[in-house]
Design a protein around this ligand. Structure first.
Ligand SMILES: N[C@@H](CCC(=O)N[C@@H](CS)C(=O)NCC(=O)O)C(=O)O
Length: 204
């Protein structure tokens, strides 16, 4: 059975767990206590030298980077609805997967880590930087969702799981962008049972 190194408050774990749950691929989780520094211990660094969750172990295959794990699962299990084979459709999914990592993720971390998890050690300049950037990012995301139900068209793909997992992280900080198309898309993704099951208890 696959093993997913996991933490319930990780946006990056959440997108992988959502796909596994929704398509019912059996897996076990190993909790990595980020708040106790377990990710810096030698036994976990041997699993992922980047000291990050998620990491997936599937027999002899070991993968880090959440979106790479999503692609691997779709390729291995032929989940063509979630990750289409047609080059143009696939490029649209890839575009949003990469946008999530390269544009959205850093600002989400700046806002949520510091507003929700860092307490007295919060970096207030990072919060301000993240919030300023989020204005631009929300207008890009919102515009993309104004004319289709999902990011890559009319059906849900791993791009939606990826970006919505980051939006759910913003929800922890009550910072989901106030844009009607984003809000209705996010509600749509939250209605996917596998995604809903991965939301941390404080959002339940
Ligand atoms: N680009 C990575 C980011 C993973 C990541 O940032 N994981 C966080 C939890 S959400 C983590 O493990 N942080 C601990 C650390 O970076 O030391 C991915 O998409 O998987």
């Amino acid at each position: 059975m696959m093993t997913l190194y996991h933490n319930p408050y990780s946006q990056h774990v959440r997108r992988v767990a959502a796909l596994l749950e929704e398509v019912q691929i059996p897996y076990e989780t190993k909790h990595v206590a980020l708040d106790d520094g377990a990710h810096m211990e030698p036994d976990f660094l041997a699993v992922n030298p980047n000291h990050q969750v998620p990491t997936l172990i599937d027999g002899g295959v070991k993968i880090h980077e959440s979106n790479a794990i999503l692609r691997y699962l779709c390729n291995k299990h032929e989940l063509v609805d979630w990750y289409p084979a047609d080059p143009a459709a696939r490029a649209s999914v890839d575009q949003w997967l990469d946008w999530c990592q390269s544009r959205l993720s850093g600002s989400v971390v700046d806002i949520v880590l510091n507003r929700v998890f860092m307490g007295d050690e919060a970096d207030h300049a990072a919060i301000a930087r993240g919030e300023a950037k989020m204005v631009e990012l929300a207008s890009i995301l919102g515009a993309a969702l104004e004319h289709s139900d999902y990011l890559a068209g009319d059906s849900v793909t791993i791009a939606d799981l990826s970006v919505a997992s980051s939006v759910s992280q913003l929800q922890l900080a009550d910072a989901v962008p106030d844009h009607p198309a984003i809000r209705s898309w996010y509600e749509r993704v939250c209605r996917i049972p596998g995604f809903d099951r991965t939301l941390p208890q404080m959002l339940g």
